[in-house]
Design a protein around this ligand. Sequence first.
Ligand code: NOJ
Ligand code: CA
Length: 539
Amino acid sequence: MKHNSLPIRLPVLVLFLLALACSKDSGSGKEGSDDLPTGPDWYRNAVFYELNVRSFQDSNGDGIGDFVGLTSRLDYLKELGIDALWLMPITPTPFEDSGYDVADYVGINLDYGTMEEFDAFLDAAHQLGIRVLVDLVLNHTSDQHAWFQESRQDRDNAKADWYVWSDQKGREDIGCGPAMPIFGSDPWEWDPVREQYYFHRFYPGQPDLNFRNPEVVEATLDAVRFWLDKGVDGFRCDVIGYLYEAADACEGLPETHDYIRQLRATLEDYPDRAMVAEPTNWGETAQYYGNGSDEFHMVFNFMFGYFWGSPMAVGERTALETAFMNGQRTNPEGAQEAIVIGSHDVARAYDAAGGQLWRQWVVAAIQMTAPGTPFIYYGEELGLRPGREIVVDPRDYQRTPMLWSDGPGWGFTTGQPWIAFGAQPETTHVEAESAQPDSMLNYYRDLLAFRRGNAVWGTGEFESLEIDNRSIFAYRRWNGNEAYLVAHNLTDQPQSGSLEEWDHPVPAQPAWGEGNASATGGRLQITLPPERSVIYKLR
Ligand code: NOJ
Ligand code: CA
């Protein structure tokens, strides 16, 4: 089914508008001959890459990316400097929400290959030292899932209580309906078979599971063990705050946190696994870390990742500072933020930058040097342009195929791609950008090479600097071994500024980027050319 437009609510509304418009030093480092970041803290020093298997590399000419194709591109990812992947859903699905409608938690989407091909891909990734997280969509299943098909049969089958059913539209013990759907205008859908309504926060084809039933808790944790037994390195957990509903609230309930702790305990039974939360209440993400070690390893910082376009457009740093300081103030010890500048849900970075490539350069430099673990969304490293075709819903504009080389299928497919390519493919494919010294791809390669192997970026301390020019966003990062000064010009004009009370000597030459910083008489002076960032190594 195609959803051309979605009546939706905040913050999802904001998310869609964006889409349419546009020292707790772990010291884990890289060890071992295969360069796999090892130890329980591996994720803190890794660079992640989110990708849509469907759009990465087709191997058999059917126009759909697959595991064999993805396996053939692992060298590219390795060379780029990627340590870990997050794969968008790879389980069977009717594809009403691009796989976020799961029809079988322990199966594989045959469009992408067989389970054996997935296993071979996982093995090949591990051989190269690349870890793999898969998407875990727990709040809801597809209405095609066998659990729902059984549940809908009547009111007293074995799974009758696995979903959220009601005789009326609405239930007194669920405060988030009917006034609070996420997609569409009504979270209650009539089922003609069972002759009752069922609750869904997302599309009607995505009924919410009833986590108040202990069998649902067990069954979902069994699915989690299935993937961990296979050797996946962890999960990106979809809308995790929504699992439980109550009369007065439907987000981040105590019961939801109880479940997350069980999920974490399940991961702890396996060595070196990690999970990252998709928060729904973006301004209050500290809760998803629990005590710092009993809930999520990482939580996305969407206040930066989904909103950087505005401060970059006006050239004023306040929103950027706030986005990072918020976590510094509220997160428990041990928290690790996951830093994005785009995703499958929001406009591509190119759009968020208003088509001004320099804004993406600067924001990528922020992403790679801010406190946390960066997650690159596939194609960002090319400055991939938005698409123009909708197969499922308007978010398809940022889910178009990777562009690898010249030619009709741009190296992605020898057949007809499942969706039209993004704009300007002739100048934004890997081959073309590799040959062009000042391309986005070469910028990312350089930036990632600079960042690599240095724990200060993932886990060092962070202090935002009160430079007296608010078009400069500057901060200090440090740990026991090293310290850096980082400064970004948020505009296309030269900018200068200073800071009183600075007692760190600044070397003559920057370690990376363009700009000038000096320390004299206890004062820091920074001058930046238009559209540039600079990094100085202080010690
Ligand atoms: C969040 C996912 O990122 C989004 O793509 C999906 O539509 C919803 N959750 C529902 O699963
Ligand atoms: Ca294929």
